[in-house]
Design a protein around this ligand. Structure first.
Ligand code: BV8
Ligand code: ZN
Length: 238
């Protein structure tokens, strides 16, 4: 593994930033795993799967409204802004593939964002296929304005299939990239965990940014151990 000092983002033409909860940690949004992680306090089988929603939609909505309020009170951080600046200022095609549902990449100015696990701000009706997006901190009307069924958070829960179109667009970007930077993901949730590694098959340079080692660290060309904002500031010198 060589130093990232030799890596200049300006030398790449198609860059993928692949992000997880760690990129929003410095904004004050808790990650999912590890100390203080969301799933330590909330058992995901009771809050983040279809069965839980069908059994007790109000409980699942209380959890998600709490998260809307909490995330809504936070802001994107320097890491999101540096990624957005890469899209705006580099002479390169930049794609963000994110597992996050907070929408911070878009708020920071990234336009080419693929959300693998949906969005906290979008709801859908599985009965009449209505959809609704709002940034209300707490969604007041929990029922579809067309047919009256429960709105369902448009989040990819455990056991849900990811949207095929989003997977295809993400894989197209990954198979075409010459640089992939994975940031703040523990790489334990599939199929997302495996996706960045596909970039190796097309000869791309792979960089992992994470204060901790992950189960996939050994597959990366470079590992930058530290918080996302500091490591991205070192990597992306304009
Ligand atoms: C599917 C939304 C087909 C919900 C989320 C057994 C083996 C293999 C697979 C499975 C299995 N059993 C079940 C499965 C499949 C399952 C899965 O992968 N389970 C795992 C846990 C074993 N996957 C699925 O169900 C997926 N669908 O496979 O469909 C199918 C269908 C039916 C039956 C079977 C298969 C759907 C998965 C979607 C899950 N959705 N959340 C909600 O939020 O309400 S999961 C959750 O994890 C988050 O959404 C998040 O996006 C995702 C990934 O987490 P990370 O982003 O990596 O976050 P994490 O907290 O883990 O890590 C944070 C990292 O940041 C750490 O490494 C930390 O060191 C670092 N960090 C901290 N601070 C910083 C930092 N880094 C940088 N800077 C910092 N400052
Ligand atoms: Zn409806």
């Amino acid at each position: 593994m060589t130093s990232t000092k030799s890596v200049r983002v300006q030398d790449f033409k198609r860059i993928v930033f692949f992000t997880g909860a760690g990129v929003s940690a410095e904004s004050g949004v808790p990650t999912f795993r590890g100390k203080g992680g969301m799933w330590e306090q909330y058992d995901y089988q009771s809050y983040a799967c279809q069965d839980a929603f069908e059994k007790d939609p109000e409980k699942v909505w209380t959890f998600n409204n709490m998260r809307r309020s909490m995330v809504g009170a936070c802001q994107p951080n320097e890491a999101h802004r540096i990624i957005a600046r890469c899209e705006q200022d580099l002479d390169a095609e930049v794609t963000v593939v994110t597992q996050n549902i907070d929408g911070f990449h878009q708020i920071a100015g990234s336009q080419n964002v693929l959300e693998l696990h949906g969005s906290l701000w979008r709801v859908r009706c599985d009965v009449c296929h209505n959809q609704h997006t709002s940034h209300e901190p707490s969604l007041e009307d929990l029922h579809c304005d067309r047919c009256g069924s429960w709105w369902r958070p448009d989040i990819v829960w455990f056991g849900d299939n990811l949207l095929q179109a989003v997977i295809e667009k993400s894989m197209r970007a990954i198979y075409a990239c010459d640089l992939l930077v994975s940031i703040g993901t523990s790489a334990v949730v599939f199929p997302a965990a495996q996706m960045p590694l596909e970039a190796r098959n097309v000869g791309a340079t792979l960089i992992e940014i994470n204060p901790e080692e992950t189960r996939l660290s050994s597959f990366y060309d470079h590992c930058m151990r530290g918080p996302a904002s500091k490591m991205l500031a070192e990597l992306c010198v304009f």
